[in-house]
Design a protein around this ligand. Structure first.
Ligand code: SAM
Length: 206
């Protein structure tokens, strides 16, 4: 995937021109709230772009939030929107496939980034990085286009998933907690079907 491509998208449009825009990422927050994390628990939003998830996590008084995205332009937009509130947030400009986590997070959240990986090699690389980047006993919340969702995003091919596909792929490292489908309304009123799955990493190795 290409940094220039995503920077071009973020520089040329405002947030409400993006199909994926959510004023409040309700489903992600419902799943996060169910985990009953402590304020000091670390959270990373993979491909977070300029999503409002970080705003809502700050409002919930989470203290250790990271947002990773291939597009530095997207991260700058989030920083500008947040203003001084962005101070405690760690912004990481990186391709997820080249991310070398220097720490393990309690929660790894990814809405609509994993599905851009279409080769088995890239999917395996992501899984192995996620496994390294999630602490024992930690969680992964993943959201992709479902089998009845779009087959591309921003002109890029994506992989559609059903809950069974995601459970099968992620069971290599994680135990499934729950999955659900959700219909997202784009800012111009079109609908897109997503599947969300929550996973837990075993608390101890072995
Ligand atoms: C469809 S948008 C979703 C943004 C955000 N997660 C949300 O729900 O609003 C996909 C995001 O993934 C980012 N992205 C795409 N490929 C990536 C990669 N290989 N590594 C990191 N981020 C990537 C894009 O820059 C973009 O911000």
């Amino acid at each position: 995937m290409d940094t220039n491509f995503w920077n071009g998208i973020y520089k040329s449009k405002s947030e409400k021109e993006f199909s994926w825009f959510q004023e409040i990422p309700v489903k992600s927050l419902e799943l996060i709230d169910e985990l009953k994390l402590a304020p000091a628990d670390s959270i990373i939003d993979i491909g977070g772009g300029d999503s409002h998830l970080v705003d809502e996590l700050l409002a919930r008084e989470f203290e250790d939030i990271s947002v990773l995205d291939i597009s530095s332009a997207a991260l700058e937009k989030a920083q500008i929107r947040l203003g001084v509130r962005s101070k405690p947030v760690k912004f990481i400009a990186s391709d997820i496939l080249k991310f070398d986590p220097q720490r393990a997070y309690k929660l790894w959240h990814d809405r609509a980034t994993f599905h851009f990986l279409t080769s088995i090699e890239d999917i395996e690389t992501y899984l192995s990085i996620a496994n390294r980047g999630i602490a024992p006993g930690g969680y992964l919340i993943l959201s992709t286009f479902s089998k009845s969702g779009p087959d591309n995003c921003s002109g890029l091919s994506i992989s559609q998933y059903c809950d069974t596909d995601l459970k099968k792929l992620f069971s290599k490292y994680f135990t499934n907690i729950k999955c659900l489908e959700d219909t997202h309304s784009t800012p111009w009123g079109a609908t897109q079907n997503f599947v969300y799955c929550g996973f837990k990493k075993a608390a101890t190795l072995g």
